[in-house]
Structure formats: C-alpha cells, structure tokens
Design a protein around this ligand. Structure first.
Ligand code: CMC
Length: 391
C-alpha cells in the first residue's frame, strides 16, 4: 500500500460520489436531487420524496400510484414476528427493538437478500417501505401495551402510519389533517442528509453485499447514538431537566461552554453546517404552527427559544459556528403529536428510511468496492511469546 492519510471522523474524506443530496454547510443549503428542501417540505408528500430520492425523479401521478399499489401489497409482516416482539421487555428501548425486528424480517423474506437483478432490488425496496412502518407502529404499541394491528391502506402512506400508531381498540381513528401535515413535513426533512454516520454505515455494511434489510438495521443502530439521531430524545430530556431545575438557561449555557463539564447543548452544532441548519429553520416555524393549531402550550418551547437566543449572541457558540440543528425543535413537535420521548429517534429512522435505501441502491448500482479503511498502527512492535507461568 501507498501513503495512508489519517482523518479520524472522516472530516475531510469523501467516501463516494453521489447524485442524491447536495449540502452546502457554509451557506446552509440542502437539496434532494436538486430540489430545495424548503420546496419539498412545503409542497410534496413523503412518498413522493421517497420516490425522488430512490429513483432520481419526482414521480408522475401514475408512477406514484404504482409505487403505493406495490407497497400496499406488501404491507403485512409475518405473524411470527409478533412473538419476537413479545419477547422484549416493555422497557426495551424502541431503537433496539426496531433494529432487531428489522433484521428479523430477513428470516421471513429471504428473497430480499439477493438483489442481483433490477426486479429483485425493486422488490426488496418495496417490501421495506411497506413493512418498516408496521414495525415502527408495533414498537410504539408494545410500549403502550396496545394490541398489534395492521393499518388501513385505503389511507395515504403517512395517514396510515398515524392510524397504525395511534388507533385505540374499539375506537374510530380520524386522522387530524394538522397532525398529518406536520408529520409529513418532519419525515421529508429527515429523509436524507448525504454521508452522515448512519448513512455511511448503511453503505459500508451494504458494500459487503449484506442485504438491504441488514444494512438498514446497522443504520438504525448508528442513528441511535445521542451525537446523531438520538439527539432528538436527548434535547427534550435536556429541556425538561432545565425546566425542572427552575428554567435557568444561563446556568446550562455556562455548563455547555465549560470544557471540564461533559454537558453539551444538545441539538446544537453540526459537522457540516457552519450556518443555520435549513431544516431547523423550517422545523422551528412548524413547531410554532403545530402547537398553535393543536392549542398546545409547551413551556419547553420557550426554554428552547431562550437557549437559542442566548447561544446566537454568545461568542463561544458564534466563534465555533454552532447553530441549532434538525433535532433542536423536532422533539417539541413529536411530543405535540402524542409521540413519547423514547420514540423520537424511531421517527427519525422512519423519515431517514428512503434516504438510506436510495444511498444503498446507488452504492450497489455503481458497483462500489467493499468499504475497508486503513489505519496507522501505533501498537507494540514484535514481541516474543511468553508462557503463562512466566508472565
Ligand atoms: N455544545 C457545546 N459545545 C459544542 C457543541 C455543543 N452542542 N457542539 C460542538 N461544540 C464545541 C466542541 O466542544 C468543540 O469545541 P473546541 O473547538 O473548543 O474543542 C467545537 O465546538 C467543535 O465541535 P466538535 O465536537 O469537534 O465537532 P464535530 O463535528 O466532531 O461534532 C456534533 C458535531 C454534532 C457531534 C456536535 O456538535 C455535538 O455533539 N452536538 C450535540 C449533539 C447533537 O445535537 N447532535 C445532532 C447532530 S444533527 C442531526 C443528526 O445527526 O442527528
């Protein structure tokens, strides 16, 4: 091998060429396949965006109908999967449950692994788009001790997800358009973000030709961490903690700046954005709208706004270009929609699914080589083996 360059965290290393998502962190620009995130969040449906990300173009009505028709046919999971879910304690973290269930899908859909033909690849993608929301809903229902059920595919993709999650036994469930539109927007805003930690994981695992489902399960685990998707849960826990501690935001700002203190302002900072995260701007506005529409007053929204204001005026945050990221306000909306805190990162995964699929598909179609970084060895040189008695 030649010279190895060291770049921990891959801060300056491109791992692939990609035509899916454009991100300019200096200017705060995000586009999916060339379309501005602001336009998509305002005007598109989540399923349209999924089609766009995966197949490269906005679908015609006919293409969208075909996609949803194919998804509907696959919208059940094997009944045996319920036993697996049953085996988890109720207290299990939903992200662990989701990644396990998603991996378990392979056992019941073995044909999803071999994707050598276009048709096999399409079928694996459809299966996942269809079954993943069922797993998400079941994960929530298990936590809430509610019977598991399938959805109602006479509804649209997002409305069906809401019904699968929230329908109570023996009660009619009517989708609230304000809730549906808020969730649609959040899912679109989370749908892709180029080579972030979980997406790189999906591509890396997929590069060994492990199947789509296994690659996605690995992505779910990567997303779980609080430095990545787990930040949305961590933000609300932080805001709640500040509230319970008397709402003294200044005290926490001080902690966040203290290098001896491990506390970080969760939902702030980003590896690539050195300006406002354009998703955070949209979500902040949406949080105000959703709470207004639903007539909810959430004191943590005021704490969040207070922290943001202080941070934007504080030289520590200004100098390091730390701005609110996508996770800062999203939890406040999820909570207004009735989604429990522990489920926030699951909702992120649901949104990110089309992006993961698109990136995995691109990696396979481009026949990328197996991912295999090198290292710079810093361990012991050759040592003579010593028998255990003489150590
Ligand atoms: N609070 C306080 N200080 C911070 C924060 C923060 N949230 N984020 C970064 N810094 C400081 C950091 O201590 C370092 O300071 P110094 O130069 O004095 O050592 C400087 O800013 C650069 O930070 P870094 O950790 O070297 O940057 P990174 O690119 O490795 O990390 C990050 C990016 C997102 C992991 C980090 O900003 C962070 O931990 N933020 C909080 C967690 C969070 O909100 N994550 C969600 C990310 S966005 C969506 C997603 O992926 O889910």
């Amino acid at each position: 091998g030649g010279l190895i360059t060291l770049d921990p965290g891959y801060k300056n290393t491109g791992s692939c060429e990609s035509a899916i998502t454009f991100l300019n962190g200096e200017e705060g620009i995000l586009r999916y396949r060339g379309y501005a995130i602001e336009d998509l969040a305002e005007k598109a449906s989540f399923l349209e965006v999924a089609y766009l990300l995966i197949f490269g173009e906005l679908p015609t009505q006919e293409q969208l109908d075909k996609l949803y028709k194919d998804i509907k046919k696959e919208s059940v999971v094997d009944e045996e999967m319920k036993k697996i879910l049953d085996g988890f304690p109720k207290s299990a973290h939903p992200m662990g449950v989701l990644s396990s269930l998603n991996n378990a899908l392979i056992a019941f859909n073995p044909s999803s692994v071999n994707v050598d033909s276009d048709e096999d690849m399409y079928n694996a993608i459809i299966k996942l788009l269809a079954k993943f929301p069922v797993l998400v809903a079941w994960t929530l229902r298990k936590r809430n001790s509610q019977p598991l059920d399938y959805g109602d595919t006479s509804l649209g993709y997002v409305d069906n997800i809401l019904k699968m999650m929230f329908k109570k036994p023996n009660e009619e469930y009517k989708v609230d358009p304000a809730i549906s539109s808020a969730l649609n927007k959040l899912l679109i805003l989370h749908a892709d973000h180029e080579q972030n930690c979980s997406t790189s994981t999906v591509r890396m695992v997929g590069s060994s030709h492990a199947g789509l489902f296994a690659s996605i399960s690995a992505g779910i685990c990567a997303l779980w961490g609080p430095l990545h998707g787990g930040a949305n849960q961590a933000v609300i826990e932080m805001l709640e903690g500040i509230k319970q501690d008397g709402g003294d935001t200044k005290k926490y700002m001080k902690k966040a700046k203290d290098k001896e203190d491990s506390f970080r302002l969760m939902g702030f900072g980003h590896r690539v954005y050195k300006n406002f995260d354009p998703r955070a701007k949209i979500i902040k506005k949406s949080a105000d709208e959703v709470l207004g529409n639903l007539g909810i007053e959430d004191p943590v929204l005021d704490i969040a706004k207070g922290l943001e204001k202080e941070a934007l005026e504080d030289s520590y945050f200004v100098d390091r270009k730390l701005y609110p990221n996508v996770d800062f306000y999203s939890g406040i909306i999820y909570r207004a929609l009735g989604i429990p805190t522990e489920m926030f990162t699951v909702m992120f995964a649901l949104g990110r699914l089309p992006g993961w699929i698109a990136q995995w598909r691109e990696m396979r179609l481009r026949k990328e080589p197996i991912g295999r970084p090198r290292q710079i060895y810093i361990g012991e040189n050759h040592r003579d083996f010593k028998d255990i008695e003489s150590r």
